[in-house]
Every structure is written in structure tokens, then in C-alpha cells.
Design a binder for this molecule. Structure first.
Ligand code: CTP
Length: 452
């Protein structure tokens, strides 16, 4: 019996995939197809896959050509599979000519002719025209956006808004954008979606105006500092049928998503404690140190840690209390937040003038997860158990500044909405609407305690 193997993502299943599988089957008697996981695609920089793994498996199986399906989740797996399954022929489309010649030392390699004029990429573009995103704000965070968006297909940065002419124009020139403006309404007229990276106190107003104008919104963290404001914005977004997403990049990156799935898989048992820390010693002249309303450690740097707590333990904590070390101007140099849940506890630590160990530890009834600093740029973590000799290591890529992952998710969410799918954060491994509202509620509690 001649065994044939082929691999692919098989997103938005098309005629090219069908032909490839048909011809692959004709090469032998038994066809194995490797289909990539979402995680693996993200890790190798394929950020725009639309269909879930289940849908892609169903579509491949429905062709009737396939005898066995395997899941491809890591680099180097092809050679492992070839040996494990005793494969005789490895095949892929002719777009890969040369790439897999190294496999010839293990089995025969055949490059099949590629079907012309069809690809998942073309189907994605037809399905959802390019999303033209405008950047509101020109500060440190906004600076990273134009380079990252270039790596996400289906989205494009078109222009920039800043009320100050002397900031907007140089930003436009530096990043070769099509336009700049200091008029927010004119800005909204020229875009499909806005990335809001303006000072905190302006988020609510800019987000609301964009939503009311029918524009999708990706808003920097913290999106707002009041629960009612977050609820209102999400309600308006639903009414206007637009996407509203809070830009906490860690929530969308492959390594952290893997950490969440491992935590939820039960390997560490029930989660009883989460400890998360993020600190950045900040120069005295920076906004974080001087904005008496929204500056300070917790409001500036709390989002990653709070997001981790809420993702791991849920949004229904029973109580949260805060302890701070303050600076002379009354802002917090360092804050610990203590959460109490029905059967669990959590602590976050944030410093703007205090350096903490930037790790994440998730303790469970059977073991614990240890993600070393900088855990928010998640590239690796371990699962450890009572038996100190047993350690499971997980590694993942975190490419560039990581903003590409949230842009990819935002673009996908808009694509889904444009195709009539529901306006919800469907993927529970990412940041949901309810979780974003919970974060705003925690900030509100902190600020009311700080200012009383
Ligand atoms: N394929 C093909 N003819 C096409 C498109 C793809 O023969 N028109 C083959 C590829 O060469 C590969 C398999 O189908 O062997 C799975 O390819 P995949 O990367 O999933 O599909 P693409 O349409 O090439 O996806 P993308 O546009 O995202 O690169």
C-alpha cells in the first residue's frame, strides 16, 4: 500500500484544495492530510485564517479523498509524521517547489500543479474588502501600529488624526499614510475603522463618536474607567453593528492563548490562585508619573494583569481591594490588588516607580503554571507538579511588538460581521465584551477608593 501525505491550512475551502486532494489521493492508496491548528498558524505568522479548525477538518473530510486526518501543530512535525506513519510520498502544490526538497531523504516528494486563480487569500479579500483603519493619536503606542498592520492581510492604515497639526503631519509622512487631519469628523468620514491611541480621558468620546458614525473601533487599554461607559459603548456597538475591541495585545497572542487553554484543560486541576505582575520604572517627566487623574501604576499598567486574572478566574469575583505605595503627588508608585473569588484568590502587582518580578503564576489543585517575565509577551511557560521531576514546557513565538495579533483578530471580527455573523467576541480564548466591561469596573473601584 502506498501512503501519501499532504499538509495545509485549507481555509475557506476552495477548488484548488479539492483538486490538490484529488490528485494527492491518485498518487497512492491511502491519503493522510495534516491540517494546521490556529495556534500554529499564528505562530508562523499566518494571522488571517477565517475558518475554525473544526470547519477546516469537516471540509477536507467532505471531499471523500481522505483516509486519515492529522493535526499539524509544530515545526518539524512533517518529518515526524512521515516516519511515524511510514509515508511513501509527500506532496504539496507547486507554489512550494523547492521548499520541501529536504524531505527527499525520508520519502519521495511530489509537487502537484497548483490550480490557477484561486486561493484562500483571494477568497478572504472577496469576502471582506480591505479594512481601512485610521489611527487616532500619534504617541508612543500609536507609533508601533503602522509597521505591525503591514503584516496583517486585509487591513491597511490609511490616515492619522491628532488635534495638533504639528504632530499629525510628521506622523503621516513618517509612516507614508494617505492623509492627516485635526478634524475628527472628517477623519471618520475617510475610514472604515479607528484605532484609538489617544490620552485615556479621550477614549470614551472618540470611541462613542466613531461607533455612532458606524465605524469599527479598536481602543487602546484601558478603554474606559467606568463600567457604565463600557456597557454603553458595547451596547451602541451592537446597535450600530460594528466591532468594538479593547487592545490588550497579550489576550490575542498565541502563547497566552495556549496558556489559557492549558489552564482550562484541567492539567493543573481547579485554579485556586493567580499572581500576575507588570512594572516599568518610568521617567519622572512622563505622563504616567504626572497625570493626576489617570496616571500611576495601576491605571497605566494594570491591564495585562487584570486581563489574566479575569480570563483565568472569570469576571464574577466577590471582592477586590487595593493597597498602594504613593508618590508625593498622590499617584500610586506601586499597587497590589487582591481579588477574592468563591474558591480562589488572585493578586496583581503593578509598579511605575517600583520594579517587581514580572511573572505569572497560576496555582491549581494538581499543579501550577509558571510563565516567566515578561509573561505578557508570552513565549514560554511551564506546567509543574507535585513531582519536581515532571515539568511540561510550552513554547510559542511572539512576533514583533505583538500588536499584529490584535489587529488580525480585529480584522477577522469585522470580516465576520460583514458576512452576517454575530457581533460577539465568539472566541472565548480572547478578550470578550463582558471581560472588558469587568476591567472597566475594576478601574472604577480603584479610582473611587484612591480619590476618597
Ligand atoms: N493549493 C493548490 N491550488 C491553489 C491553492 C492551494 O493546489 N489554488 C494547494 C497548496 O499548494 C497546498 C494546499 O492546497 O498544497 C493547501 O494550501 P493552503 O495554503 O491551505 O491554501 P492557499 O489557498 O494557498 O492559502 P493562502 O492563500 O492562505 O496561502
Amino acid at each position: 500500500m502506498t501512503k501519501v501525505i499532504t499538509y495545509g491550512t485549507f481555509d475557506l475551502f476552495h477548488e484548488g484544495h479539492y483538486n490538490l486532494l484529488k490528485h494527492a489521493k491518485e498518487l497512492g492508496d491511502y491519503l493522510i492530510v495534516g491540517i494546521t491548528t490556529e495556534q500554529y498558524d499564528l505562530t508562523r505568522g499566518k494571522l488571517n485564517v477565517v475558518d475554525s479548525l473544526i470547519t477546516r477538518i469537516d471540509n477536507v473530510r467532505a471531499t471523500g479523498f481522505v483516509d486519515e486526518i492529522v493535526i499539524e501543530d509544530h515545526t518539524g512535525q512533517k518529518v515526524e509524521d512521515i516516519q511515524k506513519y511510514g509515508v511513501d510520498i509527500f506532496t504539496v502544490g507547486s507554489d512550494w517547489v523547492g521548499t520541501f526538497d529536504y524531505i527527499e531523504q525520508y520519502c519521495k516528494v511530489v509537487y502537484l500543479p497548483r490550480t490557477k486563480n484561486v486561493s484562500s487569500t483571494m477568497k478572504r479579500t472577496d469576502r471582506s474588502p480591505v479594512l481601512n483603519i485610521g489611527i487616532a493619536g500619534t504617541g508612543r503606542v500609536a507609533e508601533r501600529f503602522p509597521n505591525e498592520i503591514k503584516l496583517v492581510s486585509g487591513a491597511n492604515a490609511v490616515g492619522v488624526f491628532n488635534p495638533h497639526y504639528d504632530h499629525a503631519k510628521p506622523f503621516m509622512e513618517k509612516h507614508e499614510l494617505a492623509f492627516w487631519t485635526n478634524d475628527y469628523d472628517e477623519f471618520l468620514d475617510k475610514i472604515d475603522a479607528v484605532y484609538i491611541a489617544t490620552p485615556h480621558e479621550t477614549h470614551y468620546d472618540y470611541a462613542k463618536r466613531a461607533i455612532l458614525a458606524g465605524k469599527h473601533v479598536l481602543c487602546e487599554k484601558p478603554m474606559v474607567f467606568k463600567k457604565a461607559e463600557a456597557e454603553e459603548l458595547f451596547m451602541l456597538a451592537k446597535e450600530k453593528n460594528v466591532v468594538l475591541m479593547e487592545a490588550i495585545k497579550t489576550a490575542y497572542c498565541p502563547g497566552f492563548k495556549q496558556l489559557i487553554s492549558v489552564a482550562r484543560s484541567g492539567v493543573i486541576g481547579d485554579i485556586c490562585d493567580v499572581e500576575a505582575s507588570f512594572s516599568r520604572i518610568t521617567a519622572p517627566d512622563k505622563r504616567e508619573m504626572n497625570d493626576l487623574q489617570y496616571g500611576g501604576a495601576f491605571t497605566e499598567f494594570g491591564s495585562y494583569c487584570l486581563m489574566a486574572v479575569i480570563k483565568l478566574l472569570g469576571k464574577d469575583y466577590k471582592d477586590v481591594r487595593f493597597e498602594s505605595v504613593k508618590m508625593d503627588n498622590g499617584l500610586d508608585a506601586y499597587t497590589k490588588a487582591h481579588f477574592t473569588y468563591e474558591n480562589a484568590l488572585a493578586t496583581t502587582k503593578n509598579g511605575v516607580a517600583v520594579k517587581t518580578e514580572g511573572g505569572l503564576i497560576v496555582a491549581g489543585t494538581k499543579g501550577y503554571i509558571l510563565a516567566p517575565s515578561p509573561w505578557w509577551l508570552t513565549t514560554n511557560f511551564q506546567v509543574r507538579y507535585e513531582d519536581p521531576n515532571r515539568i511540561d514546557n510550552y513554547t510559542s513565538k511572539f512576533l514583533g511588538t505583538g500588536i499584529r495579533y490584535e489587529i488580525a483578530e480585529f480584522t477577522r471580527a469585522v470580516g465576520n460581521l460583514r458576512n452576517g455573523e454575530s457581533n460577539s467576541s465568539a472566541n472565548i480564548y480572547m478578550l470578550t465584551r463582558g471581560e472588558s466591561i469587568a476591567l472597566a469596573g475594576i478601574y472604577e473601584k480603584f479610582l473611587s477608593q484612591r480619590d476618597n
